[in-house]
Write a protein that binds this ligand. Sequence first.
Ligand code: PEP
Length: 245
Amino acid sequence: MSKLIVANWKMNGSVNQVKADLAAYSASQSTNQPGVVLALPQVYLPLASQLLTQLNAQFKLASQNVSQFNKCGAYTGEVSADMLKEFAVDYIIIGHSERRQIFNESGSVLLNKIEAALLCGMTPIFCIGEDKSLRDQHNYTDFLVQQLELLLQIKLPLTNLVIAYEPIWAIGTGVIPSMEQIDEIMQLIHVFAQNYLPHVKVSVLYGGSVNGKNAQDILSISTVDGVLVGGASLKVDDFSKICAY
Ligand code: PEP
């Protein structure tokens, strides 16, 4: 398996689920792979990193969020990239539409978070995506390019980057774009990366209502380097099917 499959548990799970699911994933050839990344709630990452060692697992861990502040200090409730790095976290999801919309994360906050991840040697999974009204008005490509342009403000050296295209209208709705619509945006992101980030290894993911039934078709699009999976990643059977594409 060469594509990247990222599980975003969002604010779900329990200690028992972490123990059971990680044991199941480490026992299966399709999921015990470095291309499988589990983005668990931060509170479960210490346990997950212990299990990773105990189970000799190959899959990787991601955080769903990171503080925009790097230095320890008076930031009640925040968790820094340095702290996450102590628990074998390799990736950080940044710019998810839920963080942009519910927590009002602006471009400058997202940029700080990307730089915090990079400073600690972690790979950002930067999410972009338009809402239904932009899609219906057919001006979603300008909007997506605008979201991508934030990446041009990164001042730190950048070698690896994951960009996830997650149309908001497809997240948690059971509606997915057509394969042509997915391919159109994958190409747009690849071209942007080739033009403006030529020295960076960029992987482009699709996210939004991916499940065991549609993953095969989506992952067979040549421009899709992987998928970001929300709801279906909470069910071992469904997620294992996706990883066995
Ligand atoms: C997500 O929110 O990142 C996501 C892809 O969710 P779902 O798979 O449930 O649509």
